[in-house]
Write a protein that binds this ligand. Structure first.
Ligand code: ADP
Ligand code: MG
Length: 565
């Protein structure tokens, strides 16, 4: 390993040379209190910044082992360190220079506490992975500034990450909140619940693009008949609304907070930071948001539980399209979630295909069953729960047809929930919908699909395909873009990066004798034991944990996907 003073000399000697000469600084450098590793050096001042790591030995970092004693606590601590680094890097004064000169950046965390490859901790050391914009004047190396950046500013930043420098109270609270939320999520199934919304939770956000809690929002208050109490390991007693397994309807007038509640439940698969307002809103981790998504491709999927007898005799037990309709896309989203064993389906009337959700008596009389390819969800929702244990939570303010089938009906009035199950059932008795059940093919008998990744789609002239990610919208894999803008449970672009890496990984070590769902489970299992870093031989700093559903969602939206049964 090279001594840090040698790095200073090297950088000063590089001053004024062409930018490419920076390449020689790749390597490991010994500083008095940590090691700096420069893993990748950028080719020009405007290119993706250079990737670095700092490794701080625990005798300097000083984190008590109790702070990372189990997986849950370790993830909370790593998340906290990433935020701390992000904040310190943001607060710095950045000197001027070409392109990314002088930048220090780490993956930017949102309100979710997630496992990321930005920070690691064990008994030996703390490791942080970040990017540095090596300074330039024009296209020439600014060696003096580089020396200041790498050998003065980074060491200063490292000092701010040591345990002694952190607010122990804030750190402790962050980790405890995260561990409590994990604990609550585990308790749900023991109590026959699929979700819990704590009293006092703040559900609405400031805006569609600002995910901080809305100021002056009405705090959540559970209705007495759905109230449950838990004793969390750290926080102690907590009360709130428990949503039971089965079929739950959320009803209420327009603008009374239905979609806001559902959104909070969608994201309750993740834990949130203490100031978020939703830190004690937890949902079963296998809950999947379902929506219509016109235009998406569908590859070899058995849609027959929902769609049969299409005009022109198209086969719906192995359905292909490059451009699904609203109802077909929503049916595909459901079947794909069930293929990966989703336990809860979350559906909002705002984003569904009405003809897949309801078909009332009048429509049944006008359009005979043999002229309607669609089996509406209302006729599959009961077998789904009774035979397969899959619960549904539906926001449905516009139709009372689901009253008959609902186990729980929650009405929102000015954001206040009320349990109106009894009333809804009484109304269903008084005004029967008189529908004829149109059950289609039973759900859950679908043929497993087999994954065949198309090698040419992932290679370009013998080299691995280029991978790019555009925010939360899409993954570009070689020639193809995978549109993920309607996969609503993705929250950080690092998840898309990790998913893209997982697809390449599946391609490089193709699973043998495994069907589509098994191959996805196998890779998730491997990541749960080896960590996300296993996705790449390079020490990537911007992978963020994802679920099997979102990996499947990306593969299912990839137009180069090959599947057979
Ligand atoms: P719905 O789906 O019932 O039509 P939304 O969930 O879209 O209603 O909410 C309507 C508006 O009310 C949104 O602007 C949302 O931010 C706001 N809102 C939701 N819940 C609350 C709350 N608890 N306190 C204050 N405003 C809220
Ligand atoms: Mg709504």
């Amino acid at each position: 390993m090279t001594h840090h003073t040698r790095l200073v000399e090297q950088l000063q000697q590089l001053d004024g040379k062409g930018y490419k000469a920076y390449k020689i600084i790749r390597g490991a450098y010994n500083f008095p209190r940590f090691t700096l590793k420069i893993d990748r050096v950028q080719g020009d001042p405007f290119a993706k910044p250079s990737q670095c790591r700092v490794l701080i030995p625990q005798n300097i970092a000083g984190f008590p082992a109790a702070l990372y004693a189990n997986h849950s606590r370790a993830v909370g601590l790593r998340d906290f360190l990433t935020r701390q680094f992000h904040q310190l890097a943001q607060q710095r004064q950045r000197r001027s220079g070409t392109g990314n000169s002088g930048l220090i950046a780490i993956t930017q965390p949102g309100p979710e506490i997630l496992e990321r490859t930005a920070a690691f901790i064990d008994d030996e050391q703390v490791e942080l992975r970040f990017w540095v914009g090596l300074p330039a004047r024009g296209r020439r190396i600014d060696g003096w500034q580089a020396a200041d950046l790498l050998c003065e500013q980074i060491p200063q930043l490292v000092e701010g990450l040591l345990y002694a420098q952190l607010s122990t109270q804030q750190l402790q609270h962050h980790i405890d909140t995260h561990e409590d939320a994990d604990w609550l999520r585990q308790q749900l199934s023991h109590q026959g619940l699929v979700a819990f919304v704590a009293d006092g939770a703040i559900l609405p956000r400031r805006s569609g693009i600002d995910r901080r809690p809305l100021d002056a929002a009405t705090p959540f208050q559970s209705p007495a008949s759905l109230r449950v109490e838990f004793h969390c390991p750290h926080r102690g007693a907590i009360t709130g609304m428990g949503i039971p397994e089965g079929i739950t309807l959320i009803v209420g007038g327009g603008y009374h907070g239905k979609s806001t509640l559902l959104k909070a439940l969608e994201l309750g698969i993740y834990n949130h930071i203490p100031v978020d307002g939703r830190e004690y809103v937890v949902t079963n981790g296998d809950a999947v948001k379902i929506r219509a998504e016109e235009g998406r491709p569908v590859t070899g999927l058995d849609l027959s539980p929902f769609i049969n007898h299409l005009p022109h005799q198209q086969n719906t037990t192995q359905f292909y399209t490059t451009n699904a309709s609203g109802s077909t896309s929503q049916a595909a989203n459901m079947i794909e979630a069930l293929e990966l064993d989703a336990k809860v389906l979350l559906i909002d009337e705002d984003t569904t295909a009405t003809n897949l959700m309801i078909r009332d008596r009048r429509m049944q009389s006008l359009i005979a069953k043999d002229q309607e390819p669609i089996t509406p969800f209302i006729d599959q929702i009961c077998p789904l729960y009774e035979e397969h244990g899959v619960s549904s939570i539906l926001v449905m303010g516009g139709s009372g047809d689901y009253f008959e089938v609902a186990d729980t009906v929650i009405a929102l009035t000015a954001y206040r929930p009320e349990n109106v199950t009894g009333q809804a059932h009484a109304i269903a008795g008084q005004y029967p919908s008189d529908r004829t059940c149109e059950a289609g093919q039973p759900i859950g008998t679908h043929q497993p699909r087999t994954l065949h990744l198309n090698p040419s789609a992932l290679e370009w002239k013998g080299r691995p395909a280029k991978v790019k990610v555009h925010e939360l919208r899409e993954i570009i894999l070689g020639r193809e873009a995978i549109d993920l803008s309607y996969v609503e449970q993705l929250v950080e672009s690092g998840q898309l990066r990790a998913i893209a890496a997982a697809i390449l990984y599946l391609h490089q070590s193709p699973p043998t004798d495994l069907n589509f769902a098994q191959a996805i489970r196998a890779i998730l299992y491997q990541l749960s034991t080896d960590g996300l870093s296993a996705l790449s031989s390079f020490p990537e700093g911007n992978f963020v944990a994802f679920r099997r559903f979102e990996l499947a969602a990306a593969l299912n939206r990839w137009r180069d996907l090959n599947l057979e049964d």
